[in-house]
Design a protein around this ligand. Structure first.
Ligand code: GLU
Length: 423
């Protein structure tokens, strides 16, 4: 890639609904190229399909890009609003003999002989024989331009130097090159990004989990982790580094290091990476984020004991939600734990906890370990019944932290309810 100023890239989504993982990766790669080279990132909405290009669908794209923090420098341009420019160029192509009317529609003349070569930074040269390409339609009989014409004219008018988009567009590229040549314009550099597959090797789709940026947000991923993970879907700095801050991505990202083989979207790996980002946050910062998301306050103590186990912010509610509201008891956990004298042990724990002073983690720990010794029990025989009583399940942060966080009154009251049920 040519370094330095003057690089102009664009993200040109068709607003068909939520922004999907593939589109988000395309946007990110364009953004990284622009930021790496102090170039310009242009946003162009390809809204010529009037039925699908609703205000809501367009808003979803802005919303997803804003959440991903991929800021654009120019635009958003509307392709539909540029239709006069497209018509002007169609007319010029006809006037100059590069295109002709056919039953009202306009077709571009494709020579019978020769070939058009796409020079792709990622894939090398791709040769398209003209024999295999018919004179193709660039305007319908109502005069409206088709995608290849509109995209080529817009890329030219907007001074786009690098067209970076999904591999599914490769077959459009020779047509756009022919249009640009007929218009007397220079071709931009092309980079067709690798296809995305699921872990089963099939084309990425809904069944592989979260498919859109909005879903990722709702499932509790962090934008920085998503950027990091998406960057790795087709690009790598070396064979092993996986963790990149956004600054590092900007510094290191080049199209030359993008691979042509399909990349695999693995939501488990994204979860793992997101967990790493969550662990690296200050507990205070993470608590603030969760408080903003939920409108609650005072979450930091609970964040401190769950942060290590969280992979997404929604995990917080799975791990700590029982602190804020009673959860229905997991019946399987109940019958597994509340047997063989468990109720008697629980009653003894209640007594011990009633007298802990001050009621903090150290005090709770001291009282419960002393009781374990006294009753000569395996610790789990005492702690699991307490856990089921206060959380409704057998999974929670450490028992001493959990009891201390819940506080004496609520702990005793939940234990009393469990004891009443066990009798
Ligand atoms: N509008 C096209 C799409 O959403 C992209 C066109 C392009 O990048 O040239 O797939």
């Amino acid at each position: 890639m040519t370094e330095g100023e003057g690089i102009r890239v664009r993200f040109a989504p068709s607003p068909t609904g939520a922004l999907h993982i593939g589109g988000a990766r395309t946007a990110l790669y364009n953004w990284l190229v622009a930021r790496h080279s102090s170039g310009t990132f242009v946003l162009r909405i390809e809204d010529t399909d009037r039925e699908r290009s609703t205000k809501e669908n367009i808003e979803q794209i802005y919303d997803a890009l804003r959440w991903l923090e991929l800021d654009w420098d120019e635009g958003p341009y509307s392709q539909a609003e540029r239709v006069d420019r497209h018509r002007e160029e169609i007319k010029r192509l006809v006037d100059e003999g590069h295109a002709y009317f056919d039953e009202g529609a306009v077709r571009l003349r494709v020579p019978d002989e020769g070939s058009t070569t796409v020079h792709d930074v990622i894939r090398g040269e791709i040769v398209f024989e003209h024999q295999a390409i018919d004179d193709f339609v660039i305007a319908r009989s109502d005069g409206s331009p088709l995608y290849n014409l509109a995209a080529a004219v817009d890329d030219r008018d907007m001074g786009i130097t690098h067209v970076i988009r999904g591999a599914d567009h490769i077959s459009n590229t020779p047509r756009q090159l022919m249009i640009l040549e007929a218009l007397g314009s220079k071709a931009p550099v092309f980079a067709h990004l690798p296809l995305l597959h699921g872990t089963d090797g099939k084309k990425l789709s809904k069944r592989h989990g979260a498919a859109s940026v909005q879903e990722l947000r709702d499932q509790g991923y962090l934008p920085a982790a998503v950027r990091n993970y998406l960057a790795l879907l087709g690009w790598g700095f070396d064979d092993s580094t996986e963790y990149f801050t956004t600054g590092e991505l900007i510094r290191n990202f080049t199209l030359e290091r993008v691979s042509k083989s399909p990349a695999v979207f693995d939501e488990q790996k994204l979860r793992w990476m997101n967990g790493r980002y969550l662990r690296e946050m200050d507990a205070a910062e993470l608590a603030e984020l969760l408080e903003r998301e939920t409108g609650r306050s005072g979450l930091q103590p609970a964040v401190e004991v769950t942060q290590e186990k969280m992979q997404t912010t929604t995990d917080f509610w799975k791990l700590a939600g029982w602190l804020y509201e009673r959860r229905p008891t997991d019946e399987k956990a109940w019958s597994k734990v509340m047997k063989d004298g468990a109720a008697e042990n629980l009653a003894r724990a209640r007594e011990a906890l009633a007298n802990v002073e001050p009621f903090d983690q150290a005090g709770v720990e001291q009282a419960l370990t002393a009781l374990v010794d006294e009753l000569d029990l395996k610790p789990g025989k005492l702690y699991q019944p307490i856990r089921v009583a206060i959380t409704g399940s057998t999974v929670s942060p450490g028992i001493f932290e959990s009891v201390a966080l819940l506080g004496r009154d609520e702990t005793l009251s939940r234990i009393d309810d469990a004891l009443a049920r066990a009798r």
